[in-house]
Design a protein around this ligand. Structure first.
Ligand code: GLN
Length: 569
Protein backbone atom coordinates (compact mmCIF):
# COMPACT_ATOMS: atom_id res chain seq x y z
CA UNK A 1 0.00 0.00 0.00
CA UNK A 2 1.41 3.44 -0.85
CA UNK A 3 1.85 6.23 1.65
CA UNK A 4 -0.33 9.30 1.13
CA UNK A 5 0.49 12.99 1.30
CA UNK A 6 -2.41 15.45 1.21
CA UNK A 7 -1.62 19.04 0.36
CA UNK A 8 -3.99 21.85 1.27
CA UNK A 9 -3.74 25.61 0.89
CA UNK A 10 -4.70 28.44 3.20
CA UNK A 11 -5.03 32.22 3.55
CA UNK A 12 -5.12 33.12 -0.18
CA UNK A 13 -5.08 31.35 -3.51
CA UNK A 14 -2.19 31.44 -5.99
CA UNK A 15 0.47 30.57 -3.43
CA UNK A 16 1.86 27.91 -5.72
CA UNK A 17 0.35 24.75 -4.27
CA UNK A 18 0.83 22.94 -7.58
CA UNK A 19 4.52 23.81 -7.72
CA UNK A 20 4.93 22.88 -4.05
CA UNK A 21 3.28 19.50 -4.68
CA UNK A 22 5.37 18.89 -7.79
CA UNK A 23 8.53 19.88 -5.90
CA UNK A 24 7.75 17.44 -3.10
CA UNK A 25 7.24 14.80 -5.80
CA UNK A 26 10.68 15.57 -7.20
CA UNK A 27 12.23 15.50 -3.74
CA UNK A 28 10.85 12.04 -3.01
CA UNK A 29 11.72 10.71 -6.48
CA UNK A 30 15.31 11.78 -5.88
CA UNK A 31 15.39 9.06 -3.20
CA UNK A 32 14.43 6.42 -5.70
CA UNK A 33 10.79 6.34 -4.59
CA UNK A 34 7.97 5.94 -7.07
CA UNK A 35 5.59 8.87 -6.79
CA UNK A 36 2.11 9.56 -8.21
CA UNK A 37 0.47 12.96 -8.14
CA UNK A 38 -3.18 13.86 -8.24
CA UNK A 39 -5.24 17.05 -8.19
CA UNK A 40 -8.65 17.21 -6.52
CA UNK A 41 -10.58 20.17 -7.94
CA UNK A 42 -13.66 21.40 -6.10
CA UNK A 43 -15.49 23.03 -9.04
CA UNK A 44 -18.60 21.53 -10.62
CA UNK A 45 -17.30 21.33 -14.18
CA UNK A 46 -16.49 17.75 -15.16
CA UNK A 47 -13.15 19.03 -16.44
CA UNK A 48 -11.69 22.43 -17.31
CA UNK A 49 -12.08 21.75 -21.05
CA UNK A 50 -15.08 24.02 -21.41
CA UNK A 51 -13.72 26.79 -19.21
CA UNK A 52 -12.36 30.04 -20.47
CA UNK A 53 -8.67 30.81 -19.91
CA UNK A 54 -9.81 33.87 -17.92
CA UNK A 55 -11.43 31.45 -15.48
CA UNK A 56 -8.96 28.72 -15.45
CA UNK A 57 -5.72 29.40 -17.28
CA UNK A 58 -4.35 26.72 -19.56
CA UNK A 59 -6.08 23.40 -20.08
CA UNK A 60 -3.39 20.75 -19.78
CA UNK A 61 -3.82 17.64 -21.95
CA UNK A 62 -2.53 14.26 -20.77
CA UNK A 63 -1.33 11.37 -22.95
CA UNK A 64 -4.72 9.65 -22.70
CA UNK A 65 -6.49 12.82 -23.84
CA UNK A 66 -7.90 14.09 -20.56
CA UNK A 67 -8.36 17.87 -20.39
CA UNK A 68 -7.02 18.71 -16.97
CA UNK A 69 -5.88 21.36 -14.54
CA UNK A 70 -2.64 23.12 -15.34
CA UNK A 71 -1.10 21.89 -12.10
CA UNK A 72 -0.80 18.49 -13.79
CA UNK A 73 1.64 20.22 -16.14
CA UNK A 74 3.82 21.09 -13.15
CA UNK A 75 3.62 17.49 -11.93
CA UNK A 76 4.83 16.17 -15.29
CA UNK A 77 7.54 18.78 -15.65
CA UNK A 78 9.02 18.19 -12.18
CA UNK A 79 8.64 14.41 -11.92
CA UNK A 80 8.64 11.30 -14.05
CA UNK A 81 5.08 10.47 -13.03
CA UNK A 82 2.88 9.65 -16.03
CA UNK A 83 -0.54 11.17 -15.65
CA UNK A 84 -3.92 10.23 -17.02
CA UNK A 85 -7.56 11.10 -16.43
CA UNK A 86 -7.57 9.49 -12.98
CA UNK A 87 -5.07 12.08 -11.80
CA UNK A 88 -7.53 14.97 -11.94
CA UNK A 89 -10.73 14.55 -9.96
CA UNK A 90 -13.43 17.23 -9.94
CA UNK A 91 -16.64 17.68 -7.99
CA UNK A 92 -18.42 17.40 -11.35
CA UNK A 93 -17.04 13.89 -11.93
CA UNK A 94 -17.75 12.79 -8.36
CA UNK A 95 -21.36 13.96 -8.38
CA UNK A 96 -21.82 12.62 -11.93
CA UNK A 97 -20.87 9.12 -10.76
CA UNK A 98 -22.92 9.24 -7.57
CA UNK A 99 -26.02 10.51 -9.36
CA UNK A 100 -25.79 7.90 -12.09
CA UNK A 101 -25.35 5.15 -9.47
CA UNK A 102 -28.44 6.46 -7.70
CA UNK A 103 -30.43 6.26 -10.95
CA UNK A 104 -29.29 2.69 -11.45
CA UNK A 105 -30.59 1.86 -8.00
CA UNK A 106 -27.20 1.09 -6.52
CA UNK A 107 -28.07 2.85 -3.27
CA UNK A 108 -31.56 1.41 -3.21
CA UNK A 109 -33.33 2.28 0.02
CA UNK A 110 -30.82 4.88 1.14
CA UNK A 111 -30.93 8.67 1.24
CA UNK A 112 -27.97 9.71 -0.90
CA UNK A 113 -25.87 12.30 0.94
CA UNK A 114 -22.59 14.22 0.81
CA UNK A 115 -21.41 12.13 3.75
CA UNK A 116 -20.96 9.22 3.16
CA UNK A 117 -21.75 8.87 -0.57
CA UNK A 118 -19.84 11.80 -2.03
CA UNK A 119 -16.94 11.38 0.40
CA UNK A 120 -16.79 7.63 -0.33
CA UNK A 121 -16.61 8.35 -4.05
CA UNK A 122 -13.75 10.82 -3.45
CA UNK A 123 -11.86 8.22 -1.40
CA UNK A 124 -12.38 5.64 -4.16
CA UNK A 125 -10.84 8.05 -6.63
CA UNK A 126 -7.85 8.69 -4.39
CA UNK A 127 -7.25 4.93 -4.24
CA UNK A 128 -7.75 4.59 -7.97
CA UNK A 129 -4.50 6.45 -8.71
CA UNK A 130 -2.40 3.64 -7.33
CA UNK A 131 -4.69 0.73 -8.19
CA UNK A 132 -2.75 -2.07 -9.84
CA UNK A 133 0.43 0.02 -9.79
CA UNK A 134 3.37 0.02 -7.45
CA UNK A 135 3.71 3.49 -6.02
CA UNK A 136 5.55 4.31 -2.82
CA UNK A 137 3.83 7.66 -2.39
CA UNK A 138 0.63 9.24 -3.71
CA UNK A 139 0.50 13.02 -3.40
CA UNK A 140 -3.02 14.47 -3.59
CA UNK A 141 -3.34 18.23 -3.88
CA UNK A 142 -6.69 19.62 -2.74
CA UNK A 143 -7.62 22.61 -4.89
CA UNK A 144 -9.03 25.83 -3.47
CA UNK A 145 -8.36 27.47 -0.14
CA UNK A 146 -9.36 26.13 3.26
CA UNK A 147 -12.62 27.80 4.20
CA UNK A 148 -14.16 27.52 0.72
CA UNK A 149 -17.58 25.91 0.78
CA UNK A 150 -16.80 23.77 -2.28
CA UNK A 151 -13.70 22.10 -0.90
CA UNK A 152 -15.38 20.86 2.30
CA UNK A 153 -16.38 17.40 0.97
CA UNK A 154 -12.80 16.85 -0.22
CA UNK A 155 -11.34 17.85 3.13
CA UNK A 156 -13.81 15.62 4.96
CA UNK A 157 -12.90 12.76 2.61
CA UNK A 158 -9.16 13.11 3.22
CA UNK A 159 -9.76 13.40 6.96
CA UNK A 160 -11.63 10.08 6.85
CA UNK A 161 -9.00 8.59 4.58
CA UNK A 162 -6.35 9.21 7.20
CA UNK A 163 -8.49 7.61 9.89
CA UNK A 164 -8.78 4.55 7.70
CA UNK A 165 -5.15 4.14 6.65
CA UNK A 166 -3.56 5.38 9.88
CA UNK A 167 -1.27 8.25 10.82
CA UNK A 168 1.86 6.35 9.83
CA UNK A 169 0.55 6.02 6.27
CA UNK A 170 -0.67 9.52 5.57
CA UNK A 171 0.25 13.09 6.34
CA UNK A 172 -1.17 16.56 5.80
CA UNK A 173 0.93 19.39 4.45
CA UNK A 174 -0.56 22.87 4.51
CA UNK A 175 0.71 25.71 2.35
CA UNK A 176 0.13 29.08 3.93
CA UNK A 177 1.20 32.71 3.65
CA UNK A 178 3.39 34.61 6.09
CA UNK A 179 3.05 38.17 4.82
CA UNK A 180 5.61 40.90 5.37
CA UNK A 181 3.94 44.08 6.58
CA UNK A 182 6.10 46.88 5.36
CA UNK A 183 4.81 49.56 7.74
CA UNK A 184 5.63 47.36 10.74
CA UNK A 185 8.76 45.91 9.13
CA UNK A 186 7.59 42.48 10.30
CA UNK A 187 6.51 39.08 9.08
CA UNK A 188 3.08 38.22 10.44
CA UNK A 189 2.04 34.76 11.54
CA UNK A 190 -1.61 35.44 12.41
CA UNK A 191 -3.12 34.49 9.01
CA UNK A 192 -1.32 31.13 9.29
CA UNK A 193 -2.63 30.57 12.80
CA UNK A 194 -6.17 31.30 11.61
CA UNK A 195 -5.84 29.06 8.61
CA UNK A 196 -4.55 26.15 10.68
CA UNK A 197 -7.33 26.83 13.19
CA UNK A 198 -9.85 26.55 10.36
CA UNK A 199 -8.37 23.21 9.33
CA UNK A 200 -8.52 21.93 12.89
CA UNK A 201 -12.20 22.84 13.11
CA UNK A 202 -12.84 20.28 10.41
CA UNK A 203 -10.67 17.72 12.10
CA UNK A 204 -7.38 18.11 10.25
CA UNK A 205 -4.17 18.88 12.08
CA UNK A 206 -1.40 19.61 9.55
CA UNK A 207 1.85 17.72 10.07
CA UNK A 208 3.96 20.13 8.05
CA UNK A 209 3.54 23.78 7.17
CA UNK A 210 5.01 25.32 4.05
CA UNK A 211 5.17 29.04 4.66
CA UNK A 212 5.16 31.18 1.56
CA UNK A 213 7.13 34.32 2.34
CA UNK A 214 9.09 37.07 0.66
CA UNK A 215 11.59 37.31 3.55
CA UNK A 216 13.49 34.59 5.34
CA UNK A 217 11.82 33.06 8.38
CA UNK A 218 14.09 33.21 11.42
CA UNK A 219 14.48 30.20 13.71
CA UNK A 220 12.48 32.04 16.33
CA UNK A 221 9.64 32.73 13.96
CA UNK A 222 9.55 29.09 12.87
CA UNK A 223 9.45 28.09 16.55
CA UNK A 224 6.62 30.56 17.19
CA UNK A 225 4.57 29.24 14.29
CA UNK A 226 5.27 25.69 15.48
CA UNK A 227 4.16 26.53 19.02
CA UNK A 228 0.88 28.14 17.97
CA UNK A 229 0.07 25.55 15.35
CA UNK A 230 1.07 22.40 17.27
CA UNK A 231 4.10 21.51 15.19
CA UNK A 232 7.76 20.89 15.77
CA UNK A 233 9.92 23.73 14.48
CA UNK A 234 11.54 21.43 11.92
CA UNK A 235 8.12 20.81 10.37
CA UNK A 236 7.76 24.53 9.66
CA UNK A 237 9.33 25.02 6.24
CA UNK A 238 10.07 28.30 4.57
CA UNK A 239 8.80 28.55 1.00
CA UNK A 240 10.38 31.84 0.08
CA UNK A 241 10.02 33.60 -3.26
CA UNK A 242 12.59 32.42 -5.78
CA UNK A 243 13.48 33.66 -9.23
CA UNK A 244 12.82 30.30 -10.91
CA UNK A 245 10.14 27.80 -9.91
CA UNK A 246 12.70 25.05 -10.51
CA UNK A 247 14.59 26.19 -7.39
CA UNK A 248 11.73 25.16 -5.11
CA UNK A 249 12.78 21.48 -4.69
CA UNK A 250 16.24 22.73 -3.75
CA UNK A 251 15.06 25.09 -1.02
CA UNK A 252 12.81 22.36 0.40
CA UNK A 253 15.71 19.93 0.43
CA UNK A 254 18.01 22.48 2.12
CA UNK A 255 15.58 22.62 5.03
CA UNK A 256 15.25 18.86 5.34
CA UNK A 257 11.62 18.61 4.21
CA UNK A 258 12.31 15.15 2.76
CA UNK A 259 13.72 14.02 6.11
CA UNK A 260 10.61 15.18 7.99
CA UNK A 261 8.28 13.51 5.46
CA UNK A 262 10.25 10.24 5.60
CA UNK A 263 10.16 10.24 9.39
CA UNK A 264 6.43 10.96 9.63
CA UNK A 265 5.58 8.31 7.09
CA UNK A 266 7.93 5.75 8.58
CA UNK A 267 9.94 5.55 5.36
CA UNK A 268 13.50 4.47 5.64
CA UNK A 269 15.58 7.63 5.12
CA UNK A 270 17.57 7.55 1.93
CA UNK A 271 19.73 10.56 1.21
CA UNK A 272 18.93 11.17 -2.45
CA UNK A 273 20.34 14.20 -4.11
CA UNK A 274 19.24 16.88 -6.51
CA UNK A 275 22.71 17.60 -7.85
CA UNK A 276 21.81 17.00 -11.48
CA UNK A 277 18.67 19.07 -11.17
CA UNK A 278 20.74 21.87 -9.65
CA UNK A 279 23.50 21.65 -12.24
CA UNK A 280 21.51 20.94 -15.41
CA UNK A 281 18.37 22.94 -14.72
CA UNK A 282 18.63 25.58 -12.00
CA UNK A 283 22.20 26.76 -12.65
CA UNK A 284 21.51 27.01 -16.37
CA UNK A 285 18.43 29.13 -15.77
CA UNK A 286 20.12 31.38 -13.23
CA UNK A 287 23.39 31.85 -15.12
CA UNK A 288 22.72 31.73 -18.86
CA UNK A 289 25.42 32.65 -21.36
CA UNK A 290 23.14 34.05 -24.03
CA UNK A 291 19.79 35.69 -24.38
CA UNK A 292 16.99 35.77 -26.93
CA UNK A 293 13.72 37.58 -27.14
CA UNK A 294 10.70 35.61 -28.32
CA UNK A 295 7.32 37.14 -29.10
CA UNK A 296 4.29 35.11 -28.06
CA UNK A 297 1.41 36.54 -30.08
CA UNK A 298 -1.85 35.54 -28.41
CA UNK A 299 -5.11 36.85 -27.10
CA UNK A 300 -4.67 35.94 -23.45
CA UNK A 301 -1.30 37.55 -22.90
CA UNK A 302 -2.40 39.49 -19.82
CA UNK A 303 -2.90 36.23 -17.96
CA UNK A 304 0.04 34.52 -16.30
CA UNK A 305 -1.46 31.09 -16.70
CA UNK A 306 -3.13 30.96 -20.12
CA UNK A 307 -0.02 29.76 -21.97
CA UNK A 308 1.76 28.23 -18.95
CA UNK A 309 3.24 25.15 -20.63
CA UNK A 310 4.43 27.24 -23.59
CA UNK A 311 6.28 29.72 -21.39
CA UNK A 312 7.87 26.85 -19.49
CA UNK A 313 8.79 24.96 -22.68
CA UNK A 314 10.51 28.11 -23.99
CA UNK A 315 12.58 28.28 -20.81
CA UNK A 316 13.45 24.59 -21.30
CA UNK A 317 14.40 25.25 -24.90
CA UNK A 318 16.72 27.97 -23.60
CA UNK A 319 18.36 25.60 -21.11
CA UNK A 320 19.50 23.43 -24.02
CA UNK A 321 21.53 26.26 -25.54
CA UNK A 322 22.48 28.08 -22.35
CA UNK A 323 20.11 30.87 -23.25
CA UNK A 324 17.76 33.01 -21.24
CA UNK A 325 14.50 33.40 -23.07
CA UNK A 326 12.87 36.74 -22.58
CA UNK A 327 9.23 36.45 -23.54
CA UNK A 328 7.58 39.44 -25.13
CA UNK A 329 3.84 38.99 -24.78
CA UNK A 330 2.17 40.60 -27.77
CA UNK A 331 -1.57 41.14 -27.99
CA UNK A 332 -2.79 39.76 -31.33
CA UNK A 333 -5.53 42.38 -31.48
CA UNK A 334 -3.17 45.27 -30.85
CA UNK A 335 -0.83 43.94 -33.48
CA UNK A 336 -3.73 43.79 -35.90
CA UNK A 337 -4.59 47.44 -35.27
CA UNK A 338 -1.02 48.69 -35.74
CA UNK A 339 2.03 47.75 -37.75
CA UNK A 340 3.58 44.36 -36.95
CA UNK A 341 6.99 45.97 -37.14
CA UNK A 342 6.25 48.06 -34.07
CA UNK A 343 5.81 44.90 -32.00
CA UNK A 344 8.17 42.49 -33.70
CA UNK A 345 11.16 44.40 -35.07
CA UNK A 346 13.42 43.53 -32.15
CA UNK A 347 12.44 39.91 -31.54
CA UNK A 348 14.49 36.85 -32.45
CA UNK A 349 11.59 34.45 -32.78
CA UNK A 350 7.81 34.49 -33.09
CA UNK A 351 5.44 31.95 -31.54
CA UNK A 352 1.69 31.75 -32.13
CA UNK A 353 -0.03 29.52 -29.57
CA UNK A 354 -3.25 27.54 -29.73
CA UNK A 355 -6.67 29.08 -29.31
CA UNK A 356 -10.32 29.15 -30.26
CA UNK A 357 -12.62 31.75 -31.75
CA UNK A 358 -12.21 34.63 -34.17
CA UNK A 359 -10.84 37.31 -31.88
CA UNK A 360 -7.20 38.10 -32.62
CA UNK A 361 -6.94 35.85 -35.69
CA UNK A 362 -6.01 38.57 -38.17
CA UNK A 363 -3.28 39.86 -35.84
CA UNK A 364 -1.81 36.38 -35.57
CA UNK A 365 -1.81 36.03 -39.35
CA UNK A 366 -0.02 39.37 -39.70
CA UNK A 367 2.60 38.29 -37.18
CA UNK A 368 3.19 35.09 -39.14
CA UNK A 369 3.50 37.00 -42.41
CA UNK A 370 6.08 39.23 -40.75
CA UNK A 371 8.05 36.21 -39.49
CA UNK A 372 7.89 34.53 -42.89
CA UNK A 373 8.94 37.59 -44.89
CA UNK A 374 11.66 38.69 -42.48
CA UNK A 375 12.99 35.16 -42.05
CA UNK A 376 12.44 35.22 -38.29
CA UNK A 377 12.28 31.75 -36.69
CA UNK A 378 8.66 30.79 -36.21
CA UNK A 379 6.95 28.14 -34.11
CA UNK A 380 3.22 27.66 -34.57
CA UNK A 381 1.19 25.50 -32.21
CA UNK A 382 -2.21 24.13 -33.17
CA UNK A 383 -4.11 27.32 -34.05
CA UNK A 384 -0.65 28.78 -34.72
CA UNK A 385 -0.24 26.10 -37.40
CA UNK A 386 -3.68 26.71 -38.85
CA UNK A 387 -2.99 30.46 -39.05
CA UNK A 388 0.34 29.74 -40.78
CA UNK A 389 -1.52 27.75 -43.43
CA UNK A 390 -4.08 30.55 -43.87
CA UNK A 391 -1.27 33.10 -44.22
CA UNK A 392 0.50 30.95 -46.79
CA UNK A 393 -2.72 30.45 -48.74
CA UNK A 394 -3.52 34.15 -48.86
CA UNK A 395 -0.07 35.64 -49.38
CA UNK A 396 1.94 32.98 -51.17
CA UNK A 397 -0.68 30.95 -53.04
CA UNK A 398 -2.74 34.08 -53.74
CA UNK A 399 -6.01 32.59 -52.49
CA UNK A 400 -7.81 35.76 -51.49
CA UNK A 401 -9.97 35.41 -48.37
CA UNK A 402 -8.62 31.94 -47.56
CA UNK A 403 -9.63 31.01 -44.04
CA UNK A 404 -10.57 28.30 -41.58
CA UNK A 405 -14.23 27.37 -41.56
CA UNK A 406 -14.04 27.98 -37.80
CA UNK A 407 -13.83 31.72 -38.59
CA UNK A 408 -15.68 31.97 -41.88
CA UNK A 409 -18.00 29.14 -42.80
CA UNK A 410 -18.52 30.52 -46.30
CA UNK A 411 -14.92 31.17 -47.27
CA UNK A 412 -14.14 30.44 -50.92
CA UNK A 413 -10.90 28.78 -49.85
CA UNK A 414 -11.46 26.65 -46.72
CA UNK A 415 -7.79 25.73 -46.23
CA UNK A 416 -8.55 24.66 -42.66
CA UNK A 417 -11.77 22.75 -42.20
CA UNK A 418 -13.61 20.62 -39.70
CA UNK A 419 -12.30 17.11 -39.12
CA UNK A 420 -14.71 14.59 -40.58
CA UNK A 421 -15.11 12.89 -37.21
CA UNK A 422 -16.15 16.27 -35.74
CA UNK A 423 -18.98 16.99 -38.12
CA UNK A 424 -21.67 15.24 -36.11
CA UNK A 425 -20.37 16.35 -32.71
CA UNK A 426 -22.92 18.28 -30.66
CA UNK A 427 -21.59 18.35 -27.07
CA UNK A 428 -18.61 20.62 -26.47
CA UNK A 429 -17.08 18.88 -23.45
CA UNK A 430 -14.37 16.28 -24.09
CA UNK A 431 -15.25 15.84 -27.76
CA UNK A 432 -12.22 17.21 -29.60
CA UNK A 433 -9.47 15.16 -31.19
CA UNK A 434 -7.59 14.66 -27.94
CA UNK A 435 -4.45 13.13 -26.52
CA UNK A 436 -1.31 11.46 -27.81
CA UNK A 437 -1.43 10.31 -31.43
CA UNK A 438 1.28 9.08 -33.77
CA UNK A 439 2.95 11.33 -36.32
CA UNK A 440 5.33 10.11 -39.04
CA UNK A 441 8.18 12.46 -39.88
CA UNK A 442 9.67 12.90 -43.31
CA UNK A 443 13.43 12.71 -43.58
CA UNK A 444 15.38 15.83 -44.51
CA UNK A 445 12.95 18.20 -42.88
CA UNK A 446 13.39 20.61 -39.98
CA UNK A 447 11.04 18.44 -37.93
CA UNK A 448 13.14 15.32 -38.54
CA UNK A 449 16.30 17.22 -37.81
CA UNK A 450 14.82 18.25 -34.45
CA UNK A 451 13.37 14.89 -33.37
CA UNK A 452 15.83 12.52 -35.06
CA UNK A 453 13.04 9.95 -35.24
CA UNK A 454 10.67 8.54 -37.85
CA UNK A 455 7.70 8.29 -35.54
CA UNK A 456 6.71 10.52 -32.62
CA UNK A 457 3.71 10.67 -30.28
CA UNK A 458 2.31 14.10 -29.58
CA UNK A 459 -0.75 15.43 -27.78
CA UNK A 460 -3.68 17.03 -29.57
CA UNK A 461 -6.65 19.21 -28.74
CA UNK A 462 -8.48 20.47 -31.81
CA UNK A 463 -11.51 20.11 -34.08
CA UNK A 464 -10.18 21.58 -37.30
CA UNK A 465 -7.35 20.43 -39.58
CA UNK A 466 -5.41 21.17 -42.73
CA UNK A 467 -7.75 20.64 -45.69
CA UNK A 468 -6.18 17.86 -47.76
CA UNK A 469 -7.46 19.37 -51.00
CA UNK A 470 -4.68 21.95 -50.80
CA UNK A 471 -1.80 19.58 -50.11
CA UNK A 472 -0.47 19.40 -53.62
CA UNK A 473 -0.66 23.10 -54.54
CA UNK A 474 0.86 24.24 -51.27
CA UNK A 475 3.68 21.67 -51.39
CA UNK A 476 4.53 22.83 -54.89
CA UNK A 477 4.73 26.42 -53.64
CA UNK A 478 7.13 25.58 -50.82
CA UNK A 479 5.04 24.49 -47.85
CA UNK A 480 6.63 21.23 -46.76
CA UNK A 481 4.29 18.73 -45.12
CA UNK A 482 6.88 17.22 -42.82
CA UNK A 483 4.67 15.32 -40.40
CA UNK A 484 1.65 13.18 -41.27
CA UNK A 485 -0.67 10.95 -39.27
CA UNK A 486 -0.62 7.18 -40.05
CA UNK A 487 -1.76 6.39 -43.57
CA UNK A 488 -0.91 10.04 -44.50
CA UNK A 489 -4.44 10.95 -43.49
CA UNK A 490 -3.90 14.24 -41.66
CA UNK A 491 -1.24 16.92 -41.89
CA UNK A 492 0.45 17.21 -38.51
CA UNK A 493 3.44 19.46 -39.23
CA UNK A 494 4.09 22.09 -41.89
CA UNK A 495 7.28 24.03 -42.53
CA UNK A 496 8.61 26.50 -45.06
CA UNK A 497 11.24 25.53 -47.59
CA UNK A 498 12.63 28.96 -48.12
CA UNK A 499 13.14 30.01 -44.52
CA UNK A 500 15.80 29.41 -41.85
CA UNK A 501 13.36 27.84 -39.38
CA UNK A 502 9.58 27.95 -39.75
CA UNK A 503 7.79 24.98 -38.20
CA UNK A 504 4.16 24.66 -37.17
CA UNK A 505 2.44 21.66 -35.64
CA UNK A 506 -1.20 20.69 -35.33
CA UNK A 507 -0.34 19.14 -31.95
CA UNK A 508 0.87 20.73 -28.72
CA UNK A 509 4.53 19.88 -28.13
CA UNK A 510 4.61 22.18 -25.09
CA UNK A 511 2.83 19.55 -22.98
CA UNK A 512 5.74 17.15 -23.23
CA UNK A 513 8.63 19.46 -22.48
CA UNK A 514 10.56 19.16 -19.22
CA UNK A 515 13.39 21.30 -17.87
CA UNK A 516 15.75 18.32 -17.95
CA UNK A 517 14.36 17.06 -21.29
CA UNK A 518 13.58 20.13 -23.41
CA UNK A 519 11.20 19.37 -26.26
CA UNK A 520 13.08 19.04 -29.58
CA UNK A 521 10.92 21.64 -31.35
CA UNK A 522 11.38 24.22 -28.58
CA UNK A 523 15.07 23.40 -28.37
CA UNK A 524 15.57 23.98 -32.09
CA UNK A 525 13.34 27.05 -32.15
CA UNK A 526 15.37 28.78 -29.44
CA UNK A 527 18.65 27.64 -31.02
CA UNK A 528 17.68 29.21 -34.34
CA UNK A 529 16.45 32.37 -32.63
CA UNK A 530 19.83 32.60 -30.93
CA UNK A 531 21.58 31.99 -34.21
CA UNK A 532 19.67 34.82 -35.81
CA UNK A 533 20.36 37.14 -32.92
CA UNK A 534 24.08 36.43 -32.81
CA UNK A 535 24.65 36.45 -36.55
CA UNK A 536 22.07 38.63 -38.21
CA UNK A 537 21.00 41.29 -35.85
CA UNK A 538 23.92 43.42 -34.73
CA UNK A 539 22.73 46.29 -32.60
CA UNK A 540 19.11 45.12 -32.73
CA UNK A 541 17.68 42.89 -30.07
CA UNK A 542 21.22 41.81 -29.22
CA UNK A 543 21.82 45.08 -27.42
CA UNK A 544 18.69 44.91 -25.29
CA UNK A 545 19.17 44.87 -21.56
CA UNK A 546 20.14 41.53 -20.13
CA UNK A 547 17.79 40.01 -17.62
CA UNK A 548 17.17 36.27 -17.71
CA UNK A 549 13.75 34.88 -18.43
CA UNK A 550 12.10 38.20 -18.01
CA UNK A 551 8.51 38.23 -19.11
CA UNK A 552 7.28 41.57 -20.33
CA UNK A 553 3.64 42.15 -21.08
CA UNK A 554 2.49 44.88 -23.36
CA UNK A 555 -0.58 45.30 -21.36
CA UNK A 556 -0.33 44.45 -17.72
CA UNK A 557 -3.74 45.68 -16.67
CA UNK A 558 -6.31 43.13 -15.64
CA UNK A 559 -8.72 42.02 -18.35
CA UNK A 560 -12.10 43.64 -17.98
CA UNK A 561 -13.76 42.29 -21.06
CA UNK A 562 -16.05 39.30 -20.70
CA UNK A 563 -15.17 36.60 -23.22
CA UNK A 564 -17.71 35.75 -25.88
CA UNK A 565 -19.58 32.46 -25.55
CA UNK A 566 -18.17 31.13 -28.79
CA UNK A 567 -14.69 31.48 -27.33
CA UNK A 568 -15.37 29.68 -24.12
CA UNK A 569 -13.32 26.69 -25.11
N1 GLN B 1 -9.56 26.20 -32.79
C1 GLN B 1 -8.72 25.29 -33.47
C2 GLN B 1 -9.37 23.91 -33.60
O1 GLN B 1 -10.30 23.60 -32.92
C3 GLN B 1 -7.36 25.18 -32.80
C4 GLN B 1 -7.39 24.52 -31.48
C5 GLN B 1 -6.16 24.78 -30.64
O2 GLN B 1 -5.35 25.65 -30.96
N2 GLN B 1 -6.00 24.04 -29.56
O3 GLN B 1 -8.95 23.11 -34.38
Amino acid sequence: MPKHIFITGGVVSSLGKGIASASIGRLMEAKGLKVALQKLDPYLNVDPGTMNPYQHGEVYVTEDGAETDLDLGHYERFTSSVLSRVNNVTTGQVYGTVISKERKGEYLGATVQVVPHITDEIKTRIREVSKGKRYDIVISEVGGTVGDIESLPFLEAVRQFRQEVGRENSIFIHLTLVPFIRAAGELKTKPTQHSVGRLREIGIQPDILLCRTEKRLSKDLKAKIGLFCNLEAEAVIEARDVSSIYEVPLIFKEQGLDRVISRLLGLEYRVGDLNEWRRDVVEKILHPKHKVKIAVVGKYIQLQDAYKSIYEALIHGGIASDTAVEIKKVSAEKLDRGKPDKHLHEVDGVLVPGGFGTRGIEGKIKAIQYARENKIPYLGLCLGMQCAVIEFARNVAGLKGANSTEFNKKTAHPVISLLEEQESVKDLGGTMRLGALPCHLKKETLAYEAYQADLVMERHRHRYEFNNKYRETFSRLGLRLSGLSPGSKLVEIVELEDHPWFVASQFHPEFKSKPDQPHPLFREFVRHALDRRENNLPGGAASAENSPNRVSAENKKEPTEAPAASEVT
